[in-house]
Write a protein that binds this ligand. Structure first.
Ligand SMILES: Cc1ncc(COP(=O)(O)O)c(C=O)c1O
Length: 408
């Protein structure tokens, strides 16, 4: 089957090229995706997305995370609409901020308090600032290749970044206790924080869940140094475990950064913290024109109610297992060797002998032509609105993808 027609997308790209540098910025630039992928979308419903040319996709990227319950979830939309009629961006927060903060502190196991921002980068950066303020130290230990946002201290690109922006960062390898110990030793008495992602979800690599030993070592080393353990929950938050992704490991952070799924697509992030960091959190100057916006807070409150009531992580894990098993069976049928990694609710699919991602790209383009949006390098995301029938559609499209790869 040939690529889907996208004349409107092509026309919009041409117009955007003239008024937006390179037509689009960052990770959502279609040039970073297989050639058949659209840049522009017109609407979403549940776990389905339509591009501007009217092509329909079972969406396995879920807005790169934020779409947790499905587009237009009735309870979230009702709460957001009610708040929108009252007011959104005002001279201060609405009552809903306190209700949401109570809900967050009640939901997130480690949290004694919370503060709200807009993007995940705001939250991770705020965590780092609070840790430095509380400890009076400078060094931040981060895992090599981990993504914590798009500002100079943590951006994956060094373009426009100075060496000075990173001077107090040291690196370790995720799940490698020795490398973390070495970084801690090198940091001496100047370590403010150890920052770890909920699991290793680096772009283009097999995903890795944290070992219990590693999580416990991170906790132990942070305690030994009097440093903060910061958990970056921006990507995984509310998909793995409602109370915190490391709860099953029995390890709680001092600070955690949340965003993406917290308000089911509305712009909101949160920092959660332990009591010993409360004073520092009240002293640092962190703010933004839109950080008190009430509509996204109302949406988050409704989202968290649904996440808890319906045990959304367990539901999407079941869907993810069906997808994973189906992909394994079908790839074998076509003699194509794949590696599936990460939690089932955030699946990553990579092909063996595919250093240049040519197989992944061919697979994705073929599946896209059958109406399913996979990603060749990045972890994907399931949402609670995906149905068994959507997964069946994804598997049928994957068959076409595997047949295409087998014929390369
Ligand atoms: C693990 C992680 N941390 C931080 C961020 C930054 O979040 P945002 O893009 O909302 O600033 C992301 C975004 O993808 C992320 O995946």
């Amino acid at each position: 089957m040939s690529a889907l027609a996208k004349p409107r997308d092509a026309a919009l790209r041409a117009r955007a090229e003239k008024v937006v540098p390179s037509g689009m910025w960052g990770h959502l630039h279609a040039a970073k995706l297989p050639s058949g992928y659209p840049q522009f979308f017109s609407r979403g419903d549940g776990g389905i997305l339509w591009d501007v040319d009217g092509n329909r996709y079972v969406d396995l990227m879920c807005s790169w995370g934020p779409n947790l319950l499905g587009h237009h979830h009735p309870e979230v939309e009702e709460a957001a609409e009610r708040q929108r009629r009252l007011g959104d961006c005002m001279n201060g927060p609405a009552e809903v901020m306190v209700e949401l903060a109570e809900m967050v502190v009640d939901t997130i196991a480690h949290a004694d308090w919370t503060q709200f921002q807009k993007n995940g980068t705001d939250a991770t950066t705020t965590c780092v600032t609070i840790a430095r303020a509380a400890t009076g130290r400078r060094k931040i230990l981060v895992a090599k290749g981990a993504y914590h946002g798009a500002v100079p201290w943590c951006s994956p690109s060094l373009i426009g970044v100075t060496a000075e922006d990173r001077v107090h960062l040291s690196y370790f390898t995720f799940n490698d206790i020795e490398s973390l110990e070495a970084a801690v030793k090198a940091g001496g008495d100047d370590i403010a924080a150890i920052v770890v992602s909920a699991y290793r979800h680096d772009l283009g690599f097999d995903q890795e869940l944290p070992t219990e030993d590693f999580a416990k070592a991170a906790r132990r080393l942070a305690d030994a140094k009097g440093a903060a353990l910061i958990l970056d929950e921006v990507r995984a938050g509310f998909r793995l475990h409602a109370a915190g992704s490391w709860e099953p490991l029995g390890v709680r952070p001092d600070l955690a950064a949340w965003s993406k799924a917290i308000a089911n697509g509305y712009a909101l992030s949160a920092v959660t913290g332990s009591d010993w960091l409360r004073k520092a959190a009240s002293q640092v100057f962190v703010t933004g024109s839109f950080w008190a916006g009430a509509v996204s807070m109302a949406a988050a409150l409704a989202t968290l109610k649904v996440v808890r009531r319906d045990d959304v992580p367990a539901h999407i894990a079941r869907l993810g297992e069906t997808l994973r098993t189906g992909l394994e069976t079908r790839s074998r049928q076509f003699g194509v060797s794949i590696r599936q990694s990460g939690p089932a609710q955030m699946p990553a699919v990579l092909f063996d002998d595919d250093a240049d991602f040519a197989k992944g790209t061919a697979f994705c383009n073929a599946a896209l032509s059958r109406g399913v949006y996979f990603h060749p390098k990045h972890n994907m995301f399931l949402c609670a609105a995906h149905t068994e029938s959507d997964i069946a559609t994804a598997l049928a499209a994957a068959e076409h993808g595997f047949a295409t790869v087998a014929g390369l």
